[in-house]
Write a new protein. Structure first.
Length: 80
């Protein structure tokens, strides 16, 4: 299981499986091999939905974004 957090607040957003994590890693630009945070906007979520993201991942990201224009998520394979 992979834990997804709001980077700004450290609040747990939810959990995803390894396949969803691999989808995120494949889709997002990483600054380094240790990069574990991503900027998520409505545009990214729409792109993910059109390009094969699971409905669970899309729903989790939409919930994390809420009414904000952007949210930075952080993933971890262990609870923070």
């Amino acid at each position: 299981m992979v834990y997804i957090y709001n980077k700004a607040t450290s609040d747990l957003i939810g959990e995803i499986g390894e396949e969803d994590l691999q989808f995120l890693v494949d889709q997002m630009e990483e600054e380094s091999m240790k990069d574990r945070d991503y900027s998520i906007t409505n545009m990214e979520i729409a792109y993910f939905a059109e390009n094969g993201a699971s409905s669970e991942l899309v729903a989790l990201l939409r919930e994390a974004l809420g009414d904000q224009s952007e949210v930075i998520i952080l993933w971890s394979q262990t609870p923070l």
